[in-house]
Design a protein. Sequence first.
Length: 236
Amino acid sequence: MFLDFYNGLVGALTNGQPQYLLIVILGLAATYYIIHRLGGRLWAYIYVALIPFLNWSFGIIPEFAIVAPNETFSKGLSLHPMTVVTGLVFVVRDFVQREMKQMVLICMALAIGWSFFYAWPVIALASGLAFAISEFFDWLLFTFTKYRLSTRILLSSAVAAPIDTSVFLYGADLAKQINAGQQLAFSAAGFPIADGNTLHIANWVVFIIGKMIGAFVVSYMIRKQEDAGKISPHEA
């Protein structure tokens, strides 16, 4: 029983690659030290674990079909159950930013780095690009509009969510095709075509709803603190 538990733990830590156990342990220890050194505590550790977990889940946890293959959709349409909880990242990120301010970007980089180990590389890359897009629009709105923080969270989420969601689902769709050994088709411009069953309007809408719910929760919590004078409305 103990041996089974040990093998299961090692398998989980190493993503089924036990030969890398020592490297993974050293990497996790270094990650813990960096976060702690930068002032991160519980929420920061949850954040760094949550992103690789969500990216990993898109390659492991089965999707469920919402439309069977037909003349319109030759491969059908499927919805991933973790799509609806992506908004949690926004809520957790807010708590991390309170602890670490802009050092939260270091946590994001660490989380994306671990995603390349635990998730399919194409999904990890798409996830990194999606987070970069979100951060860019947040910086853009703060720098050039000077909206109060609670308003900026909603506006940046509303602007960025359609774009970063498209980027992530595009990458997830390609990753599924690659993992299944399918030959990718390319457009005239040389870009691979997402020809699977993940990048579609239903997944896209549910993804954005999850993100916007998370953004509304964070915005509401921030607005309450702004009105109470606990934080500056123009805090970065």
